[in-house]
Design a protein around this ligand. Sequence first.
Ligand SMILES: [Zn+2]
Length: 331
Amino acid sequence: MISSNQVFPWQHTLWQGLMQRLHEDRLPHAMLLTGPQGIGKESFAQTFARAVLCEHLSADARPCGACRGCLLNQAGTHPDNHWVGLLEDKKIIGVDQVREISANLNMKAHYSGYKVVVISPAECMNTQAANSLLKTLEEPAPRSLLMLVANNATALPATLRSRCQRITCTLPAQKVAASWLAAQLGPDHDAALLLALASGAPLAALQMAQGGQTSQRLNVLDGMERLLLNQVSPVSLAAIWLKLELKETLYWMHSYIIDMIRLKSAEHPPLLANPDARLRLQALAEQLNLKTFYDQLDKIREASRLAAGQSNAQMLLEDILINWRVPLKIR
Ligand SMILES: [Zn+2]
């Protein structure tokens, strides 16, 4: 989660609509927020929960940050605000977790307002948990608000879905997302490319850039080195890389190539996106010419675009990797 009380630019309309319903006391008992991963649904639900429990909701309809409710929420100890998610090392939300919050919802609120429960990712509830929740939904406690957050709503039982008011969150417009991302990352990142690599989901792109999913970064560098040393064929390497996340692989190839272009073009030692790999990248850069690097960038951009669709990933990777070797053969 990025930070508390955040409403992203692409969520303003949805936010205002829900705020209006809150003020008019027309909130449903249960909502289902659905949409692609990495667009801030969880964060939105959390901020909305805090707003619902704020005792002095400010004029711009953000939690005031100073009242008893807000202070308790900031400390994570508000007794009327519950979050149900995946416990560490677990892949499902179990029935015990749901029973606990159902019992909570049926008790009187500790303070005068709502009782709020957010379940995310809701599609991770197992059948027992979903059935248990269904009972709670059939007899909702007064002034209770249940928010289910799901990337894949169809994985939820239809009976559960039909009891929730569906709120569909879509990918933000590319311009809005790219400008937000650029503001978060600064000028050293290609926000538009990152966004493309993250299939248009700005928070996923941010996470990628900030290194939250960088485990295969050095794998990719190892592979590029082995390819240039003829220790692995393009076809074998493509097959190995297919086991990794394609978008991440392409992202890191792009990042390394940009660094190698910097190393080849700069008169003074340039700043790198991968400063820890400077010596290895320098050695690689010396084996290829600039034109090859620029050609590779074009190919990777194209592959990133295609990777969002149903293209053949093996062929995409082979096409890129085979081209890596051509200059060596010519030399
Ligand atoms: Zn407040």
